[in-house]
Design a protein around this ligand. Structure first.
Ligand SMILES: Nc1ncnc2c1ncn2[C@@H]1O[C@H](COP(=O)(O)OP(=O)(O)OP(=O)(O)O)[C@@H](O)[C@H]1O
Length: 345
């Protein structure tokens, strides 16, 4: 009863708890928060203290002194550090609800379709401990498809490929249900790791995660440039030979080569999904093509590479980074649709 009373003061919300970014959608208001999934923790006398969360904490990544740690609690699309994840969810819920003491919202959270029952339970418990009244889960590709405006409830097959930081989710959806799904733990993070490894190997230079991500966004590409080496970028790091800071120049051609492996694994996942799609739905996909969502959809030429590998039309969603949050939010607005979707998780 008490929870119900508190519920009157709260607004229901949808959370896209991503490996890279967390987005919060509040019923009737839309997306109200979009911050990196990073928490900075300070150790004081053996006790952990939250120093910063989100944008502020991301700036600290790789730049912290001994007693401070900037942590990404989500790895590969699931919670890697429960305690810190809970703090992060708590912080974001509080930030959204100005009157935190009255906030007992009903929360819907997206989970990767490949997450195990144990991982789903952990996410649910973290949100409950963070102060949610009732927690529902929705599968990420379904949310992404709704957010991208695909006709998920119609008797026609729609294919969505959500390329996130930790996972790539491929799903075929029809009549409000997921007919086929495939989740691989390959995404933007693996590309960043590949860039770090390449620069270390080829230039003896050590760079951090944040620099690798910047390089990927600025000059990364899913295929070799058509005209020579493509654009260049200056990057700074630590020389492994003599330990001093150094600056080098890398080209799009080099970065495309560095991330070729994770890109081909994403393409492979799409091809395997197509092979496993029932014929009637496959026929629908031939007509309508594939919808790309998630931040990875913004990688230069990823649509071209998937189009060439499958021979199908490929569309990039309008707001790839917000699709999952928008879709979860839309489901939250339509309670009957939500109940149907939640029942499947
Ligand atoms: N312009 C860009 N080019 C290439 N990659 C990008 C671009 N913009 C964002 N990304 C990458 O997209 C990823 C984040 O995407 P998104 O926010 O959809 O993932 P997430 O929801 O946090 O992760 P997951 O779905 O795995 O939990 C990061 O790896 C980021 O580097």
């Amino acid at each position: 009863m008490l929870a119900g009373l508190f519920g009157m003061f709260s607004s229901d919300m949808a959370i896209d708890l991503g490996t890279a970014n967390t987005l919060v959608y509040v019923k009737g208001r839309g997306i109200v928060l979009n911050e990196p999934s990073v928490v900075a923790i300070k150790e004081v006398g053996g006790k952990k203290q939250v120093l910063a969360v989100g944008e502020e904490a991301k700036l600290m990544l790789g730049r912290t002194p001994g007693n401070i740690q900037a942590i990404r609690p989500m790895r590969d699309g699931v919670i890697a550090d429960f305690e810190v994840a809970e703090e992060m969810i708590k912080h974001f819920i509080k930030k959204v609800h100005k009157r935190a003491s009255f906030a007992y919202p009903r929360v819907v959270i997206c989970v990767p379709s490949g997450s195990t029952a144990v991982e789903r339970k952990a996410i649910k418990e973290s949100a409950e401990l963070a102060g949610s009244r009732r927690v529902g889960l929705i599968e990420e590709p379904m949310a992404a498809a709704i957010g991208a405006g695909l006709p998920v409830t119609e008797p026609t097959g729609s294919m969505v490929v959500d390329i996130g930081g930790g996972t790539t989710e491929v799903a075929v959806i029809s009549l409000g249900g997921i007919v086929y799904k495939r989740s691989v733990r390959i995404g933007g993070d693996k590309m960043d790791e590949a860039i770090i490894a390449f620069i270390r190997r080829a230039h003896n230079l050590l760079i951090g995660e944040a620099s690798a991500e910047r390089i990927k966004k600025q000059i990364g590409s899913a295929r070799q440039p058509q005209d020579g080496e493509g654009p260049h970028m200056e990057i700074k790091g630590r020389d492994l030979m003599n330990g001093v800071p150094k600056e080098i120049s890398v080209s799009r051609a080099q970065i495309a080569e560095a991330i070729a492996e994770p890109v081909s694994q994403i393409v492979e996942a799409v091809k395997l999904a197509l092979e496993a799609t029932p014929p009637e739905l496959a026929a629908d996909i031939v007509d309508k093509g594939i919808m790309l969502t998630g931040g990875g959809a913004l990688l230069d030429s990823i649509d071209v590479v998937i189009r060439e590998a499958t021979g199908l039309p490929v569309t990039i969603a309008e707001e790839p980074l917000s699709c999952v949050a928008l879709g979860t939010g839309k489901a939250l607005e339509h309670k009957s649709a939500l109940n149907q979707l939640l029942a499947e998780v």
